[in-house]
Ligand binder design. Structure first.
Ligand code: FAD
Length: 547
């Protein structure tokens, strides 16, 4: 850090939340409603989040034949033995009440003419239990409602265009704040500032941008995971990176997610010869679980020489009316969705693993908390069930915010090394765009849908070399910090994927294609200062039987 921290301006509050998506805003609101003063940082505008893009909806057992035990049972089944039952029970049980809270906050969910909720169905759920808004605009509505409530709250202050860079600790190794870079105006200049708080909550979302193909927006660079790792926190189950099977794939087009609802309505995946191939991979054919469909597409693309696979909507009734967003985007590229096959590919969608956090949000580092997609509570296990992540962010965020003020501690000043201001500029200049592209391609090729020991070892070696020179040459700018974070988290994912010598849920090893009961463990990774250490931890068993 080329600054003397002692000279920087300092902002203080009880709680500092990094992130303005569902998890960050839910935490901020419940801490503020308990009387705490909260600061919320975000990299761009408040609405620039993964949350804003969520389409399908939020899962909650509110249907007439549903109950929370069924929801818990489905979540555990889709977790492939890695979910923690007590966490699953707590979050699914709190879901119906959390929906009431959203309604009271002004959220509008789609309803049937009868007035009942219109409930969607997604892979893994045995009953329709997905609440949605404006068809596929659930995330936008959720972000709007939470941000409006938080912006009206007198105890919550927002700091947009502010990139958190590094966590700071006091002399007793307690996290007491962080250093950030705030952007000034539109000319791209930025200033370093310090934030201090009793508790620092990471709600920074996922890191899809580490991979070449992703549904995630630009902000998803896994900053929270990298900051936590550098501060000594344990990262858990990072090998479980979930792919979404069907993303619109056209050179130059945004990677638009084509929901599995489209296949639910009769769309069929075909290879370039027009052959419908999914029934060769799974009895449920095109409606097989997401990880199975993603691997099948990937296999077919490789076998056909890396060409596209297509989604055929010929059997979908009135597709332009049913899927207007997709129809609009595809038509811009000359594709009529009812008549023309749509080129699709899988893309990284969700980071199942993250900073190991308990139900109160606490991590192994005193003063540091994690919620939402950047946290790993044990809720999702080895594979996230559709629409369970907005739920987790909301329920976990509210729980964490509710309890975070219980921890009474006066803010101690962090230890600020008195660095000289005359840092020498490195002789070589790094091309960050080239670095990012190389990283994304490497992860996509060797740490993607199918992995094996040789590819992972090679990736690890390259990443170690890159990290080594990035530390010296990477510029201290928001973009430079993002690239450093992405490379460090890529090292952590690669190490975790090499460690787990089996296939389970979202993690597939072609050299260990079976699930091994001995691997019913979390992988727990931490930094030793000059490397990464990884170890297994047994999954606590549930004392209860689930439906
Ligand atoms: P996010 O909503 O991603 O917010 C992250 C926040 O952290 C942002 O404000 C960002 O600016 C901030 N941040 C990050 N780094 C820094 C930094 N260094 N400094 C300051 N701020 C920082 N899930 C469902 O349950 N149902 C769905 O239907 C669904 N559909 C999806 C569709 C798409 C296209 C995508 C991409 C995801 C979807 N998901 C869905 C997943 C879900 O949207 C995310 O898991 C969830 O929104 C994550 O919420 P979050 O609050 O943890 O993080």
């Amino acid at each position: 850090m080329p600054y003397s921290l002692r000279r920087l301006p300092v902002f203080r509050a009880d709680v500092l939340v990094v992130g303005s998506g569902v998890a960050g805003l839910a935490t901020a609101l419940s801490a503020a409603e308990k009387g705490g003063h909260v600061m919320v940082l975000c990299k761009g505008r408040i609405a620039d989040t993964n949350t804003h893009y969520a389409q399908g909806g939020i899962a909650a057992a509110v249907g007439p034949n549903d109950d929370v035990e069924l929801h818990a049972g489905d979540t555990l089944r889709l977790g492939y033995g890695i979910s923690e039952a007590q966490v699953v029970e707590a979050i699914t049980a709190a879901a119906p009440e959390a929906m009431d809270w959203l309604l009271e906050s002004g959220m509008s969910f789609d309803r049937e003419p009868s007035g009942n909720f219109s409930l969607g169905m997604e892979g893994g759920h045995r009953l329709p239990r997905i609440l949605h808004s404006g068809g596929t605009a659930t995330g936008k509505e959720l972000q709007r409602v939470l941000a409006a409530r938080a912006q009206q709250h007198p105890h919550i202050d927002f700091y947009p265009n502010t990139t958190a860079v590094e966590l700071l600790k006091d002399s007793e190794d307690v996290v007491t704040g962080l250093v950030a870079l705030t952007r000034q105006g539109s000319d791209g200049t930025f200033n370093p500032v310090l934030f201090e708080a009793n508790s620092v909550v990471l709600a920074t979302g996922g890191g899809g941008q580490i991979f070449r193909e992703t549904t995630n927006p630009q902000l998803a660079t896994a900053d929270g995971l990298a900051m936590a790792l550098r501060a000594g926190a344990v990262l858990q189950d990072l090998e479980f990176v979930q792919f979404h099977p069907t993303i619109l794939y056209l050179a130059g087009a945004a990677r638009f997610l084509i929901s599995e609802v489209v296949r639910g309505e009769g769309a069929v995946l075909r290879d370039r010869n027009g052959v419908a191939f999914m029934s060769a991979f799974h009895p449920d054919a095109d409606l097989a679980p997401r990880d199975v469909v993603s691997r099948a597409i990937f296999r077919r693309m490789i076998e056909a020489g890396d060409t596209n696979v297509f989604l055929d909507l010929a059997k979908v009734t009135n597709p332009e009316c049913r899927f207007p967003g997709l129809a609009r985007i595809a038509s811009e590229f000359g594709i009529q969705i009812g008549a023309d096959p749509i080129p699709v590919r899988p893309a990284v969608h969700y980071f199942v693993g993250g900073v190991a956090a308990a139900l109160d949000g606490s991590t192994n580092v005193d003063g540091l908390y994690a919620v939402g997609e950047c946290a790993s509570t044990g809720f999702h296990g080895a594979n996230r069930m559709g629409s369970n992540s907005l739920l987790e962010g909301l329920v976990h965020g509210r729980l964490v915010g509710d309890r975070i003020l219980d921890r009474k501690r006066s803010v101690r000043r962090f230890v600020a090394p008195n660095l000289p201001d005359d840092h020498r500029a490195p002789a070589a200049e790094l091309n960050l765009t080239d670095m990012t592209y190389s990283l994304k391609s490497l992860l996509w090729r060797q740490v993607g849908i199918e992995r094996d020991a040789a590819g992972l070892a090679d990736a690890q070696e390259r990443l170690d070399t890159w990290a080594h020179y990035l530390e010296r040459l990477g510029p201290f700018t928001p973009e430079g910090v993002e690239v450093m974070n992405m490379v460090q988290v890529a090292q952590a994912i690669t190490r975790s994927a090499s460690f787990r010598e089996e296939s389970r849920g979202a993690h597939f090893r072609s050299d260990f294609p079976d699930t091994d009961p001995d691997w019913r463990v979390h992988s727990r990774l931490e930094s030793t200062g000059n490397g990464l250490r990884i170890s297994p931890e047994l999954i606590p068993d549930s004392p209860r039987l689930h439906k």
